[in-house]
Ligand binder design. Sequence first.
Ligand code: NAG
Ligand code: NAG
Ligand code: NAG
Ligand code: NAG
Ligand code: NAG
Ligand code: NAG
Length: 799
Amino acid sequence: MAVILLRLLFITICLPFIAAQQSNDSVPVGASLTATPNIRPWLSSSGEFAFGFQQVQGNDNFLLSIWYDKIPEKTIIWYPEEGRMVPRGSKVELLRESGLVLTDPQGTQVWRSGSISGVASGFMNDTGNFMIFGSNSSKIWSSFDYPADTLLPTQVILRGGMIISKRSKTNFSGGRFLFQLLEDGNLVLNTRDIPTGNVYDAYYSSDTFDSSNSTNRGEQVIFDTTGYMYLLRRNGQTFTLTPRGLLPSGDYYYRATLDSDGVFRQYYYPKNPTGNSSWEVIWFKPDNICFSMSGVRDSGACGFNSVCSFDGNWPSCECPQGFSLLDPNDPNGDCKPDFTPTCDEVDSNNAGDMFDFIELNGINWPQSDYVHMKPTNEESCKSSCSKDCFCAVAIYANAQCWKKRFPLSNGRKETSPPAKAFVKFQKGDPRPGTPSQLPAKNKDQKSLILVVSTLFGTSAFVNIILIGVICVGFFVIYKKKARNIYPISKSNIETNLAHFTYQDLVEATDGFKDELGKGAFGVVYKGVIGKQIVAVKKLNGLVQDGEKEFKTEVDVIARTHHKNLVQLLGYCDEGEQRLLIYEYMSNGTLAMFLFGETRPTWKHRSYIALGVAKGLAYLHEECSIQIIHCDIKPQNILLDEYHNAKISDFGLAKLLMMDQSHTNTGIRGTKGYVAPEWFRNMPVTVKVDVYSFGVLLLEIISCRKSLVFERDNEGVAVLTDLAWDYYQGGRLDAFVENDSEALDDYKRLTWFVMVGLWCIQENSTLRPTMRKVVQMLEGGIEVAEPPCPCPFSITTCKL
Ligand SMILES: *[C@@H]1O[C@H](CO)[C@@H](O)[C@H](O)[C@H]1NC(C)=O
Ligand SMILES: *[C@@H]1O[C@H](CO)[C@@H](O)[C@H](O)[C@H]1NC(C)=O
Ligand SMILES: *[C@@H]1O[C@H](CO)[C@@H](O)[C@H](O)[C@H]1NC(C)=O
Ligand SMILES: *[C@@H]1O[C@H](CO)[C@@H](O)[C@H](O)[C@H]1NC(C)=O
Ligand SMILES: *[C@@H]1O[C@H](CO)[C@@H](O)[C@H](O)[C@H]1NC(C)=O
Ligand SMILES: *[C@@H]1O[C@H](CO)[C@@H](O)[C@H](O)[C@H]1NC(C)=O
């Protein structure tokens, strides 16, 4: 009896769970899914692919999609045409007479799977293909036949087929780029004008076309089960897409995606991922998208007025100085001038008094010129532009001058010939390049709920900081990580780094007379080379590992180009002497700015915080070699004449490292900013910079130093603790010392503090990446409630 009872109990309680554990790849007619978080999707039999709703960008945006369910990133590989987001409560249903139907909570149809009927069942295939079968078991619809931006093994594109990029990384509506197998057999990448659908010329072409019906024209793009992609010609010959021998051996997922930057890339990801697995690139087309669109009528790889740069792997778009993004959420989009372009009546005699120029080095917009003058000189090039009301920008290179009109297209970094771009603006306008408005946060933001929780562990944290004060050494960690297995040709990446003799620099600095500052790496002097003011850094404590090593590292630094990084201009390695020449930053360090006599405005401060975050995100994710800074603090952030924040001293780590074979041999960094993992036997990753950035962000927000010496209780208050105290007590007004400008912008203030608290989490895996930090600071993604940044264990360090 008891046994029977037990059995009954087992059946009633456990069976439903067992059933729920099993995946059922077959979807009966009438089945439906509702868009709510954590709803169980329809899984393929191996559980590798899932069909359902993914929450994208905030809580209330759901995307009907198919994704890799077994990898942490849940990469989305399919979504219906146009990638429309639907709100919570929307529903997808498999209906006998209409196939898949997506409806919003009001019951309005948003999308359906074409005009099909007579549906018998649906099926989530282990290949990632969602299929619909008719009553005679024949396939009547499949997601593979309606690809989004991604192709998978076993998928085929026929003539006339295409895939479309996403608008941006987080916006799934159709973007500017198309991958098409044209009717004539040619495989091309095109741009298009989104509103009109007008397609421009190709920026990549396989040239496998033949209009005369010949047998070697392209017929199908095939992604085979082993991971190779190729173009099958009519006569059975193949045109290789995946280069032979490039696929890694082992068990991998493969996908090929037309990314939102316009590059078509094939990726792989291990089926048995380790902690640090990510999608790695096998090959991509075109080779350098910044240079591949010259003949194409459109804005180029980036938006209008934007500038494209390519580090050998990833292109990036950036608004030049004096411009800012038209849509702050679209970093690859158009840039608008921060000044008002005018075409007023110009009195040619005093045009020079009316206009001024922003000088941009190494940037060109090779199209959009309407006048070409040669030979000429720089002065007459500029003056001709001032007097010409149409002229927006003059490019001067090699004794030639090109006058250009807005909007500028195909902007890119060009070092040979060394072009100079002069952007014209009217004097009296606010000086372009000064803090531009920060993007506005979505109005429909939910109000933030401040959770009051107990603060604990303060003293342990103080301990750790104090230990840091003593333990700090000048050791260095440098982690080198090749991003990509694709062999990158070095010649892609040109550096126009100048080499100087020691005597040159003695002259430039007038015998090292004017000292600008001292740092861990050496002393910095002011100097003048040509007409340019420079900062000359004399390195000390260098490892004697030969000139070649030095040059290699210097090249790595020189290859970084970002608005928020101090640009390296040249170097000297003569005998024992190692010097680096940087651009000069006229407004000194962020420390002077923040903790000086007058409190800088909130607008300036938030602009600077965003700039530092962008610079770090670039070092972490966009350079061909990842650079961990290891010593982010206000003394290492410099400000240019427009108060743009620029990170300095990055990439020097390796030059000072004693023993490269050790990773975590000592602490590098500065008290108050070093992440807890330095004190523990834990690997040092980019997250140490995120930690230091978090401290810096809280300093920028509050204008308080990371270690605040309090008069009354003779102790040291740690800013990170203060921030948490004030935040969880709802006292941000006190945290910013009643800074009325910041309090007027209370929402942004709150989310900035929250981002800061996320960055200083003890557990480094909880800290966001710098890319995410940028998105959060920009208001592009919502910031979740941060947990207490308290230590989770107390390490004792007997001294
Ligand atoms: C999946 O569900 C269908 C219909 O409900 C059922 O016929 C089939 O046996 C199930 N398969 C598995 C593996 O559970
Ligand atoms: C799943 O896809 C594979 C490969 O295309 C195919 O062979 C198989 O028949 C599909 N499964 C079903 C049930 O259609
Ligand atoms: C199955 O039905 C579809 C239409 O419902 C038809 O086009 C197809 O030819 C049929 N296939 C077979 C094998 O009967
Ligand atoms: C995606 O971009 C389009 C065009 O810029 C915009 O209309 C749409 O609102 C965006 N969608 C989301 C979810 O941000
Ligand atoms: C193209 O070639 C196919 C097969 O050789 C032939 O059947 C067809 O008539 C040809 N079409 C034209 C327009 O030449
Ligand atoms: C991941 O970590 C392992 C061991 O920590 C290392 O061998 C491997 O190179 C790392 N992989 C990547 C892609 O960084």
